[in-house]
Design a protein around this ligand. Structure first.
Ligand SMILES: [Zn+2]
Length: 251
């Protein structure tokens, strides 16, 4: 019995990896059953080790883990999906790392968060496998992550007068509310046209199965991505280093 209690298996995405010495690796996993967990992988640097690929960043794998003296050790790992491979471009890698940072910041250690995991895995799929336009997938991911993590904006209507729609409305990223041009009294608010407003509403309010099934012109997706990036940064008061890196290299 004692033996059984000290071993468990879980499917998880590798969201961080760190080399320890010549042969070992400390990986941070976003797991289906236990949320964020940190585990050692011995011999994971060895290219012949089958654990090596399964414990690499951006791999979703099935892990068999042993608990010993308060630390976790991976003794078996079988890759299910590898989201990053040779030939992927730097922008896609930077965004993938940003999605991992979102998982790390909003995930909880030891507790499952299936909704957040599903969101991050789907976003990685649409970004790296379906090759959807990166700024659009970024906008969808960061605003939906914010929304499911307690930072949902209220985008139903103008907060002051209740107007539902106009050629241009204004998004108050500081208070997470909408404002129409007649009620506007703060020049920091972001103007959003009908395309941007309906995109923002779709990301926050659509059912998960429809979340990724909309498209807008590339220039609008870039604008949307600027707004959602500022929104999550302001709302959570968190400095996402991977987002800053992405912003420094994006076209
Ligand atoms: Zn108004």
């Amino acid at each position: 019995m004692a033996e059984a209690e000290n071993r468990f298996t879980t499917e998880a995405l590798v969201i961080k990896e760190m080399k320890i010495g010549d042969n070992d690796r400390l990986v941070t996993l976003f797991s289906r059953e236990y949320g964020i967990i940190k585990a050692f992988a011995s011999g994971a640097q060895n290219v012949k080790s089958k654990k090596a690929s399964a414990t690499s960043l951006l791999t979703y794998a099935s892990f068999a883990i042993k608990r010993k003296n308060n630390s976790l050790r991976i003794y078996e790992a079988t890759p299910i999906t590898v989201f990053f491979g040779a030939g992927s471009d730097i922008t896609v890698l930077a965004l993938s790392q940003y999605f991992c940072e979102l998982a790390y910041v909003f995930g909880t250690e030891g507790e499952p968060n299936v909704e957040l995991l599903r969101l991050v895995l789907n976003s990685l799929h649409f970004l790296t496998k379906e090759k959807r336009f990166p700024p659009l997938i970024k906008a969808i991911t960061e605003l939906r992550v914010a929304a499911v993590s307690g930072y949902a904006p209220d985008l139903v209507a103008c907060e002051s007068c209740g107007k539902f729609e106009d050629a241009v409305m204004f998004f108050d990223i500081y208070n997470g509310i909408l404002c129409c041009k007649d009620c506007l009294n703060d020049n920091r608010l972001k103007p959003v046209d009908r395309t941007l407003l309906s995109s923002l509403r779709h990301i926050v309010y659509s059912q998960f199965k429809n979340l990724y099934s909309f498209d807008i012109p590339d220039n609008k997706a870039k604008e949307l991505s600027e707004i959602t990036g500022e929104y999550i940064t302001v709302q959570t008061d968190h400095k996402f280093s991977t987002l800053e890196f992405y912003n420094s290299i994006k076209e």
